[in-house]
Ligand binder design. Structure first.
Ligand SMILES: [Fe+2]
Length: 319
């Protein structure tokens, strides 16, 4: 028996420099108690940790997001995870590109490389375990019962499924084309698909979901949504019903995206952005040179689903 029995090496594209994951993100909000209530109802494991909240998924020790108190809701930073032995190459690449390395923000000390993107938004590359998947995520299709057998659970016995993991996020940016170029050159994300000139989806080169970070032109930086994998459509439906029972009825879903192919239900959060339940997003293996598509506006949002809420794409963080 070896000490590392059971260890599965993360997938990695040999020789290529790129981050492998969105390690975590951080938000400021005016009232932590409101965030704690919302994300707990959403099904996340919300932990009070000193001056902040940590967002976890049940049974997983990884902290996917930190929430700190601030004057208003704002995307504080995104931290990308990279293989430790790539860190010197990232430092050299940013130096060669003329991207200034800055100090870690207060309360977020780390040995990572901190910098700002073209909109001035705070970003980090840190050595971290690969938290993006090494293969396509599990998908549980609805189960059909045999003739003569009831299929659905009664309300009283229905479960409340919880998110399995963080999947991706969509960040508003000043200009999507500028963001595609910057994040390709610096952190090594690759374009998976773009729709029109204002929406783009980026994947990681070492094997990841169709997108781990997406951009929407929105007049500047901001969080549009964070997305959490539920593993199935039934699980999305039950979780969305549970949120409605908690008073969080506003949102968009059930539907299916064209770009990424994932099923979705978005729940509006207390600050006008969204938390998405998702399932069955496309996967881009580390061995594949995915051909990015250039799509029209009609494919930017959905294949099917309810009509888009009028205020779905509003960057409330833009000044
Ligand atoms: Fe999404």
């Amino acid at each position: 028996m070896t000490a590392n029995r059971g260890y599965i090496a993360p997938t990695r594209r040999p020789g290529a420099l790129g981050v492998h994951s969105v390690d975590h993100f951080a938000l400021t909000v005016p009232d932590l108690a409101i965030a704690e209530s919302f994300y707990s109802a959403f099904g996340l494991d919300v932990r009070r940790e000193a001056d902040r909240l940590g967002l976890y998924t049940a049974g997983n020790p990884h902290c996917w997001a930190s929430i700190i108190e601030g004057p208003r809701k704002q995307l504080h930073h995104i931290s990308f995870g990279a293989f430790a032995d790539d860190m010197p190459r990232f430092a050299e690449r940013l130096r060669a590109l003329g991207v200034d390395r800055i100090d870690a923000p207060g309360g977020f000390d780390s040995n990572g490389i901190w910098f700002r993107d073209p909109d001035g938004a705070l970003r980090e590359i840190r050595a971290a375990e690969k938290t993006s998947l090494n293969g396509k995520g599990a998908f549980l299709p609805p189960v059909s019962t045999d003739p003569g057998v009831r299929g659905a659970a009664a309300r009283a016995t229905a479960t409340h499924p919880r998110p399995l993991r963080f999947s991706h996020m969509l960040s508003f940016v000043g200009n999507a084309a500028t963001a595609i170029e910057f994040y390709s050159n610096t952190v090594g994300l690759k374009l998976a698909d773009a729709a029109g000139s204002d929406i783009a989806f980026m994947h990681a080169i070492h094997g990841s979901d169709h997108h781990i970070l997406a951009f929407g032109s929105g007049g500047g930086p901001g969080l549009h949504h964070c997305s959490w994998d539920m593993g199935g459509i039934e699980q999305i439906g039950l979780a969305a019903k549970n949120m409605a029972d908690h008073g969080h009825r506003a949102g968009w879903g059930l539907g299916r995206h064209v770009l990424g192919s994932n099923y979705f239900h978005y729940v509006r959060d207390p600050w006008g952005s969204y938390a998405e339940y998702t399932a069955d997003i496309d996967y881009i293996p580390h061995t594949q040179d995915w051909q990015a598509g250039s799509w029209g506006d009609e494919d930017a949002l959905y294949l099917w689903g309810p009509e888009l809420p009028a205020d779905f794409i509003v960057n409330h963080e833009a000044a």
